[in-house]
Design a protein around this ligand. Structure first.
Ligand SMILES: Nc1ncnc2c1ncn2[C@@H]1O[C@H](COP(=O)(O)OP(=O)(O)OP(=O)(O)O)[C@@H](O)[C@H]1O
Ligand code: NI
Length: 336
């Protein structure tokens, strides 16, 4: 059975003006998310993960960053498909917090310190769904219970600073779910939390997704988190997707040297602590992400790649279909 995607990004190019000249932070980007599916975007810092999610939400910094090419087709609650790149500010406001909701790394960026938790969860339901104060307040308490916050009536009356970091992130998830979104965009939602709480939040997101059937675009630099939460993964490097496929396939046989490097740098259970104790640094990929202002000709990863040959420096490789739906932007994918 083929289910039409809720999100279908095609040929996306997002540019920033840096020192007067346009620099592509994301380019040649295609991706889809089906209802109820989780797609993880993974890559090192600066690879373009957040810029991709900000492009979808229409939250690029005004006058600085903009979508220069491509379409972002999104099918909302009404079943109507719209190109988000064509919507004006008002059209995007109607979708954000309603059909598309967001959770960020730092809960305090979504929470307002001067309003109670309950008021903030109720607000989107009043704005987007036209629910009354009383009705929305009751629904907010129910949502706090749904995200596993004990004593939700009391918590609803508290202010953000009265909650722990983990509880605050649960509250922002409750706020994101208030209008029953079709798509949840989560940008490093567990990165600021300690590992135990991190695991609890990932479990919570999976449980809520199973109950509600929303699609999730999950941004993370952590492949361990990808393995835990995602159905499919898109690995980004210097603004482009370099490998994509189901988590099972990509983890079983990565077909891009960058993915292999990322996988080697995930510490095995207990290894991180052992290495730290010995004073040995954790393994990382040698070299650093190239400057977007002067990307090499050809493959962006070639300068760091153990497989690089002369041909790699000639042209940007296309995404080769390796069969079974996996794709790799490496001319040597059969050998890696
Ligand atoms: N406000 C901005 N002004 C100028 N350039 C920007 C801005 N935001 C992002 N960029 C450019 O886009 C690139 C990609 O940024 P992005 O935030 O998408 O990285 P990321 O993959 O989310 O990394 P991280 O893991 O650090 O969050 C940056 O390296 C930078 O060159
Ligand atoms: Ni980011």
């Amino acid at each position: 059975m083929h289910v039409a995607p809720i999100l279908d990004i095609s040929g996306l190019k997002t540019v920033f003006r840096i020192g007067g000249r346009p620099v592509a932070a994301v380019q040649d980007l295609n991706l889809t998310i089906a209802p109820g599916e989780t797609l993880a975007l993974v890559g090192e810092s600066g690879s373009g993960k957040s810029v991709t999610s900000l492009s979808v939400m229409g939250l690029l910094p005004r006058g600085v960053g903009q979508v220069a090419e491509g379409t972002i087709l999104f099918r909302g609650k009404t079943g109507l498909t719209q190109d988000l790149t064509k919507l004006d500010a008002e059209g995007l406001r109607q979708i954000r917090g309603n059909d598309i909701a967001m959770v960020f790394q730092e809960p305090m960026t979504s929470l307002n310190p001067v309003y109670t938790i309950g008021e903030q969860i109720a607000e989107p339901m009043r704005i987007h769904l036209g629910r009354s104060h009383k009705d929305a307040a009751a629904a907010a308490i129910k949502l706090l219970a749904d995200v596993g916050i004990p004593d939700p009536e009391r918590r609803a009356r508290q202010y953000p600073h009265e909650l722990s970091g983990g509880m605050r992130q649960r509250a922002t998830i409750a706020m994101a779910l208030a209008c029953d979104p079709v798509l949840l965009i989560a940008d490093e939602p567990t990165t600021a939390l300690d590992v135990t709480i991190q695991a609890q939040i990932l479990d919570l997101l999976q449980k809520l997704q199973a109950e509600r059937g929303m699609g999730i675009l999950f941004v993370t630099h952590n492949l361990g988190v990808v393995a835990e939460i995602a159905d499919r993964v898109a690995v980004m490097y210097a603004g482009r997707i370099v490998e994509t496929g189901t988590v099972a396939e990509v983890f079983a046989h990565p077909r891009h040297p960058y993915t292999i490097g990322l996988m080697r740098s995930i510490p095995k259970l207990g290894e991180a602590t052992a290495l730290k104790r010995q004073g040995t640094p954790l393994p990382t990929i040698a070299g650093s992400v190239p400057s977007l202002i002067q990307l090499p000709n050809g493959c962006s990863f070639a300068p760091r790649c153990p497989y690089a040959i002369d041909a790699c420096w000639a042209d940007v490789p296309p995404l080769y279909d390796t069969g079974t739906g996996q794709r790799s932007r490496c001319i040597r994918w059969q050998e890696v």
